[in-house]
Structure formats: structure tokens, C-alpha cells
Ligand binder design. Sequence first.
Ligand SMILES: Cc1cc2nc3c(=O)[nH]c(=O)nc-3n(C[C@H](O)[C@H](O)[C@H](O)COP(=O)(O)OP(=O)(O)OC[C@H]3O[C@@H](n4cnc5c(N)ncnc54)[C@H](O)[C@@H]3O)c2cc1C
Length: 442
Amino acid sequence: MNEETDVVVVGGGIAGLITARELGRAGLRVVVLEARNRLGGRVWTDRRLGRDLEMGGTWVHWVQPHVWSEITRYGLEVTRGPRPEDAYWLAGDEVRKGTLDGFMELVDPGMRRLLAETMRWIPRPDKPVSVDGLTSVDGYSVRDKLDELQLPVEEYNANEAAWVGHFNAPLEDGAFTSALRWTAATAGSWHLMHEASALFRLASGTRALVDAIVSDTHADIRTSREVRHIEHNTSGSVVTTASGDRLTARRVVLTLPQNIIGDLAVSPELCEEKRAASREKTASKGVKVWIRVRGPIKPFFAYSSAGHPLSVVRTEFLGGDDAVLVSFGADSGKISPDDIDAVSRALRVWRDDLDVLEVTGHDWMSDPYSRETWLMQRPRQLTRYLPAQQRSEGVLHFAGSDYANVWGGFIDGAIESGLRVARQVVAELAASPETSATGGIR
Ligand SMILES: Cc1cc2nc3c(=O)[nH]c(=O)nc-3n(C[C@H](O)[C@H](O)[C@H](O)COP(=O)(O)OP(=O)(O)OC[C@H]3O[C@@H](n4cnc5c(N)ncnc54)[C@H](O)[C@@H]3O)c2cc1C
């Protein structure tokens, strides 16, 4: 089948859906091609363990301007899990038990010292590569910088586990500048950064956000349409799907995550920086696990260390006779979200009194349409690649949370990038209204 349209958007995650909505509003004909049989991409509310659980992106906050604007626009509500009454952490092999406030006081000196120069290096998170000399810090991993602090073992473990929670990656792989970017987004406050990244979720799930955007768009959205090939020249592009459909468009917006965009057949090929970033992969390669335990229990949270299969766990839903915990580990190769025995063993690091009833999760690392969780860059990727990853190439444009400025890696960043790219495409097409979609490629 051969078709013609103004814009093809590749990917129906949040970035693709926002781009499509905006382009449709501008009166353009838009087709969204989504490989999966569902929309949302790395946000996915699914009914499991008796609750609506988020397999991917979850937490949002009012300091995230783009997502908060969508929440206001569609009248969505946020909620939060129960406040932890107990906290567990490790000092070497010993388990410590205390309160949330006690844990926060423990990590505070390390956090402050680690992040002291945040606003020096990222004074404008909306322009993350704007300071001369940023390359000199971009070579460090967050582990390098944590080690420099020479913290006592208990503080070290606590800080390490908190950062594993944020990075979803081994800390030696994660760029120190990624920690700075997150903290710069909250004007240097690590407390607020911590809250913004892990506390408030959409009461009706991210599904409600996806549904709201979809019902507010004129775009023609098609699922189970994997894009296999993109051919482009200066005036148009032909997009071919796995089933052989060919769509001719004046512009194409690609929203594929960093780790897979380099595998797509594009001719002429994408710039070297985009391909190199994709080959190197993001740092994040972790796992998110949902765990149903027998109740009643008191809400708690626990941090271990980077070496443990699960570094962070906390109560997210509290029932009368059960509770559902959410947990993260740095390396999906170390634990499967479906392995109840391995998950039970991992919990015993802190507690041997929990009776695990069921576990679940989605393995994003082996999912061919993501192969990453949320973007955390490796050392040097910010300064080497981000500007080129954001740059259009002829009629091809690039949206996606991985390429956002302020909250890169978050739902907010997906929206930011979608809004920006849609505006650019509208401006380009307005400046060349007569260009034919076929652009000479047939
Ligand atoms: C476990 C986990 C936890 C997270 N937690 C949070 C959180 O708490 N808060 C937060 O803000 N963010 C969180 N995130 C990150 C957030 O979910 C993502 O940054 C955001 O959803 C990415 O949106 P996107 O549109 O840029 O990319 P994606 O959602 O990845 O969209 C890309 C789309 O392209 C499709 N696609 C891929 N290949 C093709 C192809 N060849 N043809 C057609 N379509 C294709 C994919 O199926 C996908 O739908 C989390 C992510 C994960 C995985």
C-alpha cells in the first residue's frame, strides 16, 4: 500500500503522541506508526497483582512543567503511596532500622557535597550543555565522584543505594553530569529532586494521560506497525513498515529511544553522533519489580547497596491482607521481575519476615522496542552527543525523552521534546508550503 501524508511520526509513546497532537492542531495530516499493539511506549498501566500497576514511567511532579501542564489541561489527579513508617538500610553487612527522616539525615552530607557544584556546571538546565569546561566533569562517573568523598561505610552504602535508585544502572556506568542535570532541574535541591522523581503518581494511571492525549488528537494513529526503513532526501521521505506499507511524507519525526534508534535502516544514514550514542547504549539497564506480600504490614522503605540485585524497595499500595511493594535493581541481568524465589531472596537482605505471594514486572531491556529503561547517560554522552541527538537531519526530526533538555529521561522530557519538534516542523512546512510529500522518492 502506498500513501501520502504531511508528517509520519514513528512511535506512539508520549513524545510521539504529543508531537502528533500538536501537528494535527496545526492542520497537518499526521500518521503515527507504533510498533507495539498498544500506545504509551515506556509508560504502561497494566492490571496485575489485583491493582493497576505502572510497568514503566510512574512519578510526576509540579516542578516538571510540561507534564504538569498536561495534568492541568486534562484535569488529572495525582496521589501517592503510604508514608513509610520504618526504614531499613545497610552498613556493610549489618541491617540498620530507623525512620525516613533518619535516613534522609544520613544521606544529606554526602548528597550536599556530591552536588555542591550543580548550578556551576548546569546553571541553565534548559540548556544543559552551556558552560565552558563541562567536558572536564562529564568524563566522571557518579561512582568516581562518590568515592572522592570518602564517606563512612554506612553513609556510603546509603548514598550509593539512593543513586542506584535514580540511575537504574551500575554507578560506574552512570555519568556524574546526569546527577547534576536532575538536581539542576530542581535548582540545586537534592531533596526536591528526590521527591520529584519518586513520590506522586497519576491516580488513574499513566493510561489516563495516554487516553486523554489520544482523544484530543486529529492524527491517524496505527498500532502494530513497526517501521523498518526510512529513505529521505531534501524534500521528502518514504517510510516502510514491516508489513511492506509505504508512506510518503514531507517530514518524519522519529521518537525511538537512544538504544534502538541506531538499528533502524535509514538512508542516507543518521549522523555519526546519533549512531555512536546508540552503539554505546545508555547507562540504565536495570529492573523494576512489583511484589505482593502478605499483610498486614507497616509501610516501609529499604535501601541496600549497588551490589545487591534489588537496591531499593518500598510500599506503594497497602491493603488489609496484602501490600504491594515496588522495587528497583541496577542490573536486569541479575534478577528477573518474574522470579519469585530470587525476589524473595533479595528481600531477605533487609527482612526475613515478609511472605512474598506474587511478583511481576516488564523486562524493558529485552523488549525490542525500548532496550532501555529511563535515560541515564554514560560519561561523556551529554557533551559528545546530546546536541547532535536533538538536531534534525534534512526532513527527519527527533523527539523523545532521551533527547530532552530539562527532565531528560522523564515523562516531562518526552512532552518537552514533542512540543519543541512539532513547533519546528510546523514552522518548516509553513515556510515551504508548496513542497510535495513525495520529494522525488517513490
Ligand atoms: C521502568 C521505568 C520506570 C520509569 N519511571 C519513570 C518515572 O517514575 N517518572 C518519569 O517521568 N519517567 C519514568 N520513566 C521514563 C519514562 O517512562 C520515559 O522517559 C518516557 O515514557 C519516554 O517516552 P518517549 O515517547 O520518549 O519514548 P518511548 O515511550 O520509548 O516511545 C517510543 C515508541 O516508539 C515505539 N517504537 C520503537 N521502535 C519502533 C519502530 N521501529 N516502529 C514503530 N514504533 C517503534 C515504541 O514501541 C514506543 O512506543 C520510566 C521508564 C521505565 C522503563
